[in-house]
Design a protein around this ligand. Sequence first.
Ligand code: HAM
Length: 430
Amino acid sequence: MAKTIQAVRGMNDILPEQSAAWQYLEAVLRDVIHAHGYREIRLPLVERTGLFKRSIGEVTDIVEKEMYTFEDRNGDSLTLRPEGTAGCVRACMEHGLLYNQVQRLWYAGPMFRHERPQQGRYRQFHQIGVEAYGMEGPDIDAEIILMTAQMWQALGLERVELQINSLGTTASRAAYRGALVEYFRDCSVDLDTDSRRRLESNPLRILDSKNPDMQHVIGNAPRLPDFLDADSQAHFAGLLALLDAAGVACTLNPRLVRGLDYYSNTVFEWVTDRLGAQGTICAGGRYDGLVEYLGGRAIPAVGFALGLERLIALLKATGRPLPDGNPHVYLVLGGEQGIRRGMVFAAQLRARLAGLRLQTNCGDGSFKSQFKRADRSGAGIALVIGDDEARQGLVTVKRLRAGAEQETLPEAAVARRLADLLALETPAGD
Ligand code: HAM
């Protein structure tokens, strides 16, 4: 027999028993974002390869080794988006959204990177990203960081730490880069192959190296904060003061440089110690130079993206029960009249009780086998309508888990009873 075809490594199915937790997470995040006045932008999964090369940087892990790049039938080089910022900037420029106006935007969806798959690191993963354009002061940096703090609070997540740094302006970073190259050149015997290659092309990324043998050299390297110009220092100090006033604690991490080239000034990451090596759940920063670099006017920009797979893992690690999406109620039907009445009654109940998840038995079956299905569905309550009930306008309500109590009620009383049992909102008209 032929081997069955399996999913591509690092690309996961989100199965029905997981999807309710995803929907919950996405709804909470979306509510927090909307509460801050951000609007959604929906972007293509595929962009021209050049967009990512120019935005993310030629000498970054993403562009050098992780992009899913292919030629389409016209011979154009296209790439599955490895992140959302580049496409967002492209769309805003293309549609004139940055012209004499500010924008507060968000997007969600899958991103693709050909990384080595492991716990918390996948080849298709999902981000929700937020981007703000046209505002240069530290207040908008603070706004988006406070928004992320609000998200953790809304999700009940603890033990997440905000790490923050400033990369300074392009000019101050150039000065720092010069000093780094000089320093690393002097100790080039201690550098590994990757770092030696990066020495000329992207020396800041050497600081990111996880190689334990390199940590001593990196530890003694010149420090970025010593090279910040006055404007960058003022911006950073302004941001820290706003965070402090809002009661959001942060750790200054002068080694935080991020893996994408478009950043300037503020960069930040939210990290947790509960997810092992892939502990960064959210990351972002300012990228004031990118719009101009891609051919537009100079427009200040700042944003972040969070990794939904990692947030789901963190939610699970808290041990709090997550929504399972199971039906609340299973409707058991018997006899021709029972089935006819049941179908109509089910529709009436769904219309009256917002949020009710009611599954109707289909495919007949004895009461015994229907109760088995009810049990397997995960529902906590069964409603029973047989021919007798249908004739008399009654419904039997049976608790499936808590002591299996049962009561028979007039149809008109069922919506209210369910609302009480399920803690749903009182039905309209009652
Ligand atoms: P990033 O740091 O590359 O930034 O990704 C943001 C988040 O996406 C990470 O912190 C992590 O939670 C998640 N993530 C990244 N790669 C993977 C992976 N292979 N598997 C699972 N999760 C992953 C960006 O993408 C920037 N566009 C963020 C940004 C927006 N900066 C400014 N605006």
